[in-house]
Design a binder for this molecule. Structure first.
Ligand code: ADP
Ligand code: ASP
Ligand code: MG
Length: 436
């Protein structure tokens, strides 16, 4: 059994949905995870924003626009009157629910329910289409088995037991369709795995089902060696180690949700990144491959804040680092990069929601400086320390670009540098030119 996930663009139009249907019916009894049609989750976010602001006409107009779009999809995707009627009824139910929020103040639980509708609609449309095509497809509602714990982590045991039971109850099913991204939280309320979370769903399902492979189908032919949104001429990387892929995903390679690699890695299930627009392209295989003495790819993570704490005698002052880290922990803020010296320590965070309180607390231990609008550039590859010249090549490539921090040696797989936002694209291009 394999788990195949199709992203927003892959199911973004009736034509694309038909193409996905063709791809998924080539093999039997796989689990298919679908995202919302592209643009839908953004529109649902917008609707929630209007509702939070009490702007009901704004919400109405946006809901009406989305409804018209989905009715067109129903019309163009399906052929028979029965299938069209079934799909239209499902879509109409979703919009009745959205409209029910016009008359009450929006709560966080309500917002989560609104955000879940994109995946619920894309999967019911696909299910209607497959039924119309005579495919024995079974829709497995993610809200019946996807659950997170109090910590926000997936409840793997619960997911495994429920999902296996649901699959075993359908011995004749040719394939299974389910929603990415959406889940229930530990209170049983509707929740989600954060933006881009369908990749994470696929990896969790692959792990609990002990799948042969997890396939992430998207709009590009695999993980490229640099961010194609900023650098021209990037190329797909054929193989990545789980650790390399995890670093790239965490440090900004949008093609993968940051948490998606871990469940696959723990269960040693290969992830293949494939292109719906070019299904024959080899894509990228992420597995437990042996390192091959190469620098593989570069990614960038935006909106980073650097915080420097200077103290007279930092390293000799026993417990100084502990106090600094404890301050961040007290404010539930995780640290990405660290650099230390005898007189100070610099750290970076991407969540600055508690920054003022953190800085206030840190002032007990030293002089604090904050640099905002920074970017972490992460170079990934076989960076085992005994291999010469890789780190020097990275720094050479960045000649002329001010570097605020460097982090190397934390793993065998990456070197990260912190630069100003304004230098990001220049740095990415320079790295591509010198390294690949
Ligand atoms: P989906 O909707 O299928 O989940 P995403 O938009 O989330 O797709 O991810 C695919 C996009 O990720 C690509 O279109 C590309 O613009 C972007 N991307 C960023 N960095 C990389 C990279 N290193 N390799 C490939 N794609 C990348
Ligand atoms: N639909 C969700 C989003 O747009 C989840 C996903 O596409 O992975 O973030
Ligand atoms: Mg995505």
């Amino acid at each position: 059994m394999k788990v195949l996930k199709f992203g927003g663009t892959s199911v973004g139009s009736p034509e694309r949905m038909r193409h996905v249907a063709e791809l998924i019916t080539k093999e039997r009894r796989n689990v298919i995870v679908l995202s919302a049609m592209s643009g839908t989750t953004n529109t649902l976010v917008e609707i929630a924003e209007y509702l939070y602001k009490g702007n009901i006409p704004g919400a109405q107009e946006t809901v009406n626009g989305l409804y018209a779009k989905y009715m067109t999809v129903v019309e163009q995707l399906l052929t028979t009157m029965q299938a069209k009627a079934r799909a239209a009824a499902a879509i109409t139910r979703v919009f009745a629910l959205l409209r029910s929020y016009f008359s009450e103040p929006l709560t966080e639980a309500g917002e989560k329910e609104i955000l879940a509708q994109g995946e619920l609609m894309s999967t019911s449309l696909m299910q209607c289409y497959l039924e119309e095509q005579g495919v024995k497809s079974v829709l497995l509602p993610a809200l019946d088995f996807m659950r997170t714990l109090d910590s926000g982590e997936p409840d793997m045991q619960h997911i495994q037991v429920r999902l296996r039971r649901m699959i075993d109850l359908e011995p004749d099913a040719e394939l299974f369709i389910t929603q990415g991204y959406i889940c229930r939280n530990d209170h049983g309320g509707i929740d989600n795995l954060k933006r881009g979370g369908s990749d994470y769903t696929a990896s969790i399902l692959g792990a609990v089902l002990d799948a042969d492979e997890i396939q992430i189908w998207t709009d590009i032919d695999g993980m490229h060696n640099n961010d194609p949104r900023y650098v021209e001429g990037t190329k797909p990387v054929s193989t990545l180690h789980f650790e390399e892929a995890a670093e790239l995903a965490y440090f900004g390679a949008k093609i993968l949700h940051p948490a998606c690699v871990l469940p696959a890695k723990l269960h040693n299930i290969p992830i293949r990144l494939l292109n719906t627009l070019d299904p024959e392209a080899p894509g990228t295989l992420i597995c437990n491959s042996t390192p091959d003495r190469k620098l593989k790819a570069v990614a960038a993570k935006d909106n980073i804040t650097a915080i420097k704490i200077k103290s007279g005698r930092m390293l000799l002052a026993y417990g100084f680092l502990h106090k600094v880290f404890e301050t961040f922990e007290n404010h539930r803020t995780s640290i990405d990069m660290i650099a230390t010296s005898e007189v100070g320590v610099s750290v970076t965070v991407d969540d600055d929601s508690h920054l003022a309180a953190i800085v206030d607390d840190l002032k007990h231990f030293g002089t604090v400086t904050v640099d905002r609008d920074m970017v972490i550039i992460c170079v990934v590859g076989d960076l085992e320390w005994e291999h010469c010249n890789f780190e020097s090549k990275v720094l050479e490539a960045l000649e002329g670009i001010p570097v605020r921090m460097i982090s190397y040696g934390g793993s065998n797989y990456n070197i990260s540098v912190l630069v100003r936002r304004d230098d990001k694209v220049r740095a990415l291009k320079a790295l591509s030119e010198k390294l690949f």
